[in-house]
Ligand binder design. Structure first.
Ligand SMILES: Nc1nc2c(c(=O)[nH]1)N[C@H]1C(S)=C(S)[C@@H](COP(=O)(O)OP(=O)(O)OC[C@H]3O[C@@H](n4cnc5c(N)ncnc54)[C@H](O)[C@@H]3O)O[C@H]1N2
Ligand code: MOO
Length: 408
């Protein structure tokens, strides 16, 4: 049942319940998995480190041999071998013996501690194989145990985790070259309007350069889902319907801007019937972006946002972003609300709910001058990093008031 003129929360509820979480998965190389959502639990395939190893450069020896060692009576120990990181010592350290060892090298059999290179004296015989140790060490002093980072079989990473450089490092430390991740959402963006021309084209009378297509394209890229199609379309309903129809085979969501209000060229009132798409709501009780429209076509959610650039940017955050977070299983994209203290006055009375742009820093939010809030104005959004949520029925807001903000 279609709803007209609904609250934002209701709109988001309709949007979220009309879609499903991504089910398709694929294997990708760990090195290319940054920002992807893990689709499997990952267990440690072996103990890591895979052997006891030295945490420093020194000598691996037996703590028992150092009992009673002191400055006055140092112990003399025979060095029988040298082992470097990446190598292996096949000798066993017996009584009175040591192996010269470098950081990261496997501790040889028989040794149970490592003394630092700086803490011994070398060179007491011709072959340079005797060292003097003038202190005692306990068993397992300077000794890294096999498996101390991760034990074989430990649940390392859980399904649903977003892979960052840290998780990629962990996977790599266990030699895991490929992982199963959820497919990225395939987004399609169309900016509609006969007045629009692309940068690089001459600006003829009556025309304007498009802002929304690139703005939404870039925002989707910031969310990790570069659109599969991003295109300008005219105001001709048949052409727009055809473009949506063709893109649908490749899309998990469609976003359009323009043509949703009540004018002669507000074509989505015609496009949706041509497609026989189900329109679930039109008009949300907020400014900017009131005439936002939402429909489902062949199971694909379609967000039809206002053409006014600030309205498009705002309703993208308010309506599309929660859908992307849910369907793309990316919790880091969920709306992030906070309280902040106003640094400036906002002297407009707000009969309806209003979102205005702001710049928050250390819990204080500044706002552009009152003249720069219209939904057709984009330039004053430069440097802004939040939207201020002003409830319906608010009187003038003054510096020092506490407001709720949505971080962008
Ligand atoms: N009689 C009424 N007129 C309007 C109403 C209303 O209720 N009654 N609502 C107003 C509100 S609120 C909004 S918001 C706009 C929404 O208009 P549309 O979504 O139909 O968008 P357009 O008319 O296509 O464009 C609006 C404005 O934005 C410019 N535009 C469009 N696309 C782009 C783009 N990609 N890049 C830059 N600028 C763009 C377009 O040229 C228009 O100036 O309707 C009000 N009217
Ligand atoms: O709802 Mo519209 O974007 O304010 O002008």
């Amino acid at each position: 049942m279609e709803q007209i003129g609904i609250e934002l929360e209701q709109a988001v509820e309709i949007i979220l319940s009309s879609g499903r979480k991504m089910k398709r998965t694929q294997f990708v190389f760990t090195k290319e998995a940054n920002g992807r959502i893990l689709a499997e639990d990952i267990y440690a395939p072996f103990d890591n480190p895979p052997f006891h190893r030295s945490p420093l450069d020194g000598f691996a020896l037996r703590s028992k041999d150092l009992e009673g060692a002191s400055k006055e009576i140092p112990k003399s120990i025979q060095v029988i071998d040298t082992v470097y990181a990446g190598g292996c010592c096949n000798q066993t350290v017996n009584q009175g013996e040591a192996v010269r060892i470098m950081t990261g090298a496997p501790i040889p059999e028989g040794a149970d501690c490592v003394i630092r290179l700086e803490d011994i004296k070398e060179g007491f015989n011709e072959e340079n194989t005797l060292i003097l140790v003038d202190r005692e060490l306990k068993r397992y002093d300077n000794f890294c145990f096999k498996g101390e980072d991760v034990k074989k079989g430990t649940l390392l990473l859980q399904k649903g985790v977003k892979l960052t450089y840290i998780e990629q490092g962990i996977l790599s430390s266990l030699g895991i070259e490929q992982v199963e991740v959820y497919d990225k959402l395939r987004a399609v963006v169309f900016a509609t309007g006969d007045e629009l021309v692309e940068p690089g084209t001459e600006l003829k009378p009556g025309k304007i350069y498009d802002s929304n297509l690139l703005m939404l394209y870039a925002r989707l890229c910031e969310f990790g889902i570069a659109p599969v199609i991003a295109k300008h379309l005219s105001d001709e309903p048949g052409e727009v319907a055809r473009a949506i129809e063709e893109s649908c085979q490749k899309a998990d969501l469609v976003i359009t801007t323009g043509g949703v209000s009540v004018g002669d060229k507000d074509i989505f009132h015609e496009v949706l019937p041509i497609l026989e798409a189900e329109r679930l709501f039109w008009k949300v009780n907020l400014k900017p972006g009131t005439p936002a429209m939402f429909a489902v076509y062949k199971g694909i959610p379609m967000f039809h946002l206002s053409g006014n650039p600030f309205a498009a940017a705002t309703t993208f955050e308010l309506l599309v972003r929660p859908y992307i977070a849910m369907a793309g299983r990316d919790e880091s994209l969920c709306t992030n609300r906070k309280k902040a203290v106003l640094e400036d006055d906002f002297i407009k009375v707000s009969n309806g709910r209003r979102f205005i742009r702001g710049k928050v820093e250390d819990g204080k939010v500044s706002i552009p001058p009152a003249t720069q809030h219209s939904s057709g104005m984009l330039a004053s959004m430069a440097g802004c990093n939040c939207l201020i949520d002003i409830p319906a029925g608010s009187m003038e807001l003054h510096k020092g008031s506490v407001v709720e903000i949505l971080l962008l």
